[in-house]
Every structure is written in structure tokens, then in C-alpha cells.
Design a protein around this ligand. Structure first.
Ligand SMILES: Cc1ncc(COP(=O)(O)O)c(C=O)c1O
Length: 426
């Protein structure tokens, strides 16, 4: 099983057999409130009829069309709908099947872009400590989670990392953006000075680092990264696999922070988690740079058998319609205050050393048990599950990101479930 304690799991399996709106049903018939939107992806809640029907209809009408040298209307329609909601300046779309594939695609676009522009010496990629960019080789190379990297050899060469921005000593219990740490963006200048800008292709960051435990950027940090990258001709890639599609209360993290990257990486919420699909959005400048040479020649040697798959495209279109009709891409902003207040009511509960929040994302960091890191949070996860709440843990951090349809009373219920779990564990 992926990213699972396999032996522990097989001794006491946790199985879902059905889901509707905010709840899962377990194989023993219990209802579990979804505090994590599945894996940060079921933004509109579960089993939404419009999406389910669109999938069934598309499968019957056009099940598959070759992705190479052939097309079908829904993929183009979806690309256009994405451009409509994306930040101004991101005008072209490449489809993938996951966040990891979107990351690889973005990194390859960045390298090839510089090459077609005649700057083929720009081969370095800059990531960040504690970043999660999926599990493929490019992603773990620019990523910064030690356990995801250490077993897999030397990874990509020519990668450097900025420091992460998590600072418990100065920023614990911040509401929204932490106050301290803007200067950490200047570490990028140091890295540029070390390698020289002419060797650097791109910087990739998650606007809010999710999987590593919800690390929220200090105020002004992303704007400063944008200034530095622009100054040096380095592409800025936002990995919005989690922050995309309304998670922060805006359509994308780029909107929340008012910073437009050159490339935006998405997946997860694109199809509400139902069908694997990702999308990478790029600026017209990047797209146009590839459109040269003889017209019968492929411009970018990359793609997947299932890029823009018809059924996935239909699911994504129905998902975007659902988001639009229900105002879900901005509903997080309306709920953010209630979410923040509820989460911060956990201050003072056993083991809690930090609480942080932004949009409809929150984290509760626990003091680790000495010599047994991750055990305490895992116990809280198991306890919460037993009592009817799905939360996620990474290290000793509880992360929560409910479907964007959550009600105020369900927020209270979820947070009280976590409170009870914290009070019942060692
Ligand atoms: C920021 C980010 N990038 C990439 C990924 C990888 O996505 P996937 O698991 O769909 O490959 C994730 C998954 O959590 C993510 O959070």
C-alpha cells in the first residue's frame, strides 16, 4: 500500500466502502466525517451527481481517443475553461494524470524552454527543503522530504534547495501568514550568486507546503521570490496540486498571494479526485517559444497515453461547473474565519505546540514522544478514525483540509473530534 504502515494496517484494516458529500461509510457501517477531502482532492464533496453522470455519459460516447496526433473536443474545451479561471497570463495547458506527472512535465518544460530560447546552459532546478512535489525522480530531486529521498540514490544532478520557512520559535500559533521569515526568500539570491543565474532554469515551490505539514509562507515571501526570479530570467513554478481549486479561498494560490508564476502545476481538485488527471498551465511566452521549425515536426517530445483522456476531461469539466455553480472556488474565504477560530480553540489541549491555518487548510503540530517521532500523531489519527473523523498526519503534525462544502457545524464537530482524540492519547 502506498505511503502506509503496511504491517500495522493489515492487522487492523481501515476500509471505506461508500461516500456521499462530507462523509465516508466504513465497511462496518460507520459514518466518518471527511476532514481531509480524501487526499486534499475531493473539494466539492463526494459522489456529486453532475460529475458521476458526466463520467458515465462520456464513457459511453467516446471512451478513448489517442492522445498523440489526435484530439477530441472535451480536452480543448477543458483547456479553455482552465484558462478562464487561471491567473491572467497562464494561457496554455498540458494534461497529465497526477500531481507527480504534472511536476515532471513542468520541470521538463522549463529546461526545454531555455534550450529553445538559446539558453541551454540553464539546467539547474531550485527546490526547497521540506517541499513535496510527488514521488517521481524530478519531484523528489527538487523536493525536500528526507524520507522520500534518502533511499533512491543521487537523484537529479544540478539541484539546489532553499531553506524551508517553518519557524516554531518565532511563528507558533500564527493565524494566517506568519510574520517572521520574509528574509528567507533572499536565500534564493545567495543560491543565484553561487551558481550564476545563467545556469538556473527554474525555481519550484508550493505556495503553501501541504504534505510536509502545512507550512505557510511568511508575509511577502512569494512576492519576493517572484521579484528575484524575474530579475534573473529564472522561471517560477508554483506547484498548486493542493492550493489549486479553491483550497485557500481563491481559485488558485497565485490569486491568494497575488503572484503569477510562469508555470502552474495542478491535479487533485481538477476532477474532484474522481478520475486521475493533472494539468500544467504555462504562459503564452513559453508556449510560443516552442512553436518554431518545420510544421510537421513535434515541438515538445513529451506526453502520456492518457493525457487529456476523454472521461477524465468530462469529469474535470463537470467538476469546474460544480465549483462555479456553488461558488466553491471562493467559499473557503467565507468559511476561513470560522475554521481559524475553531482550530485555534485547540490551543492548550494536550501535546499541542502549534496551530496554523490559511483558507480551509489547518495544521496542529504536536510535541513528539521522545525517541518515537510520528507515533503520537499516528495515535491521534487512529483514535479520530475510530470515533468517526478522517484526519491526516505527517510526522507529528495533524493536517486538515475538508471538502469546501463543509458547514460551520461540521467544522465544530471535526475540531471537537480532534480535541477528544488529543485528550485520549499519550
Ligand atoms: C504539492 C504536491 N505536488 C505533487 C503531488 C503529487 O501528486 P500525486 O500524488 O497525484 O502524484 C502532491 C500530492 O500530495 C502535492 O501535494
Amino acid at each position: 500500500m502506498p505511503f502506509t504502515a503496511n504491517r500495522q494496517y493489515k492487522k487492523a484494516p481501515r476500509m471505506f466502502v461508500a461516500a456521499k458529500d462530507m462523509h465516508y461509510t466504513t465497511n462496518d457501517g460507520r459514518q466518518v466525517l471527511d476532514g481531509t477531502a480524501g487526499l486534499w482532492c475531493v473539494n466539492a464533496g463526494h459522489a456529486r451527481p453532475r460529475i458521476v453522470e458526466a463520467i458515465a455519459k462520456q464513457a459511453a460516447e467516446l471512451d478513448y481517443a489517442p492522445a498523440f496526433q489526435m484530439g477530441h473536443p472535451k480536452a480543448f474545451e477543458l483547456a479553455n475553461r482552465l484558462v478562464d479561471i487561471a491567473p491572467e497570463g497562464l494561457d496554455h495547458v498540458l494534461f497529465t494524470n497526477s500531481g507527480s506527472e504534472s511536476v515532471e512535465t513542468a520541470l521538463k518544460v522549463a529546461l526545454a524552454y531555455h534550450r529553445v530560447k538559446g539558453e541551454g546552459a540553464r539546467t539547474r532546478l531550485i527546490g526547497r527543503e521540506r517541499a513535496y512535489h510527488g514521488v517521481n525522480f524530478g519531484g523528489i530531486s527538487v523536493g525536500g522530504i528526507v524520507t522520500n529521498r534518502k533511499m533512491f540514490g543521487t537523484l537529479l544532478s544540478g539541484v539546489d534547495h532553499m531553506p524551508h520557512t517553518h519557524n516554531l520559535a518565532k511563528n507558533a500559533f500564527s493565524r494566517g501568514l506568519p510574520e517572521h521569515g520574509l528574509d528567507l526568500a533572499d536565500e534564493l539570491e545567495r543560491i543565484v550568486t553561487l551558481h550564476d543565474a545563467s545556469t538556473i532554469a527554474a525555481v519550484i515551490v508550493e505556495p503553501v507546503a501541504g504534505s510536509t505539514g502545512v507550512l505557510i509562507p511568511p508575509a511577502g515571501y512569494l512576492k519576493r521570490l517572484r521579484e528575484i526570479t524575474k530579475k534573473h530570467g529564472i522561471l517560477l513554478i508554483f506547484d498548486e496540486v493542493i492550493t489549486g481549486f479553491g483550497r485557500l479561498g481563491t481559485p488558485f494560490g497565485a490569486d491568494y498571494f497575488d503572484v503569477v508564476p510562469d508555470i502552474m502545476v495542478t491535479a487533485k481538485g481538477l476532477t474532484n479526485g474522481i478520475i486521475p488527471m493533472g494539468a500544467v498551465m504555462v504562459s503564452a511566452e513559453i508556449h510560443d517559444a516552442f512553436m518554431q521549425g518545420p510544421e510537421h515536426v513535434i515541438e515538445f517530445f513529451h506526453g502520456y497515453t492518457y493525457s487529456g483522456n476523454p472521461v477524465a476531461s468530462a469529469a474535470a469539466l463537470a467538476t469546474l461547473e460544480t465549483y462555479k455553480e456553488e461558488g466553491l472556488l471562493t467559499r473557503g474565504a467565507e468559511m476561513a474565519k470560522a475554521w481559524e477560530d475553531a482550530l485555534h480553540s485547540l490551543k492548550g489541549e494536550p501535546h499541542v505546540i502549534d496551530i496554523r491555518n490559511i483558507g480551509l487548510v489547518g495544521a496542529i503540530e504536536l510535541e513528539p514522544i521522545a525517541g518515537q517521532p510520528t507515533k503520537r500523531a499516528f495515535s491521534a489519527f487512529l483514535k479520530a478514525y475510530e470515533t468517526g473523523y478522517l484526519i491526516r498526519t505527517t510526522g507529528d503534525i495533524i493536517a486538515m483540509s475538508p471538502p469546501l462544502i463543509i458547514s460551520e457545524s461540521q467544522i465544530g464537530e471535526l475540531v471537537d473530534g480532534v480535541r477528544a482524540a488529543l485528550r485520549s492519547i499519550d
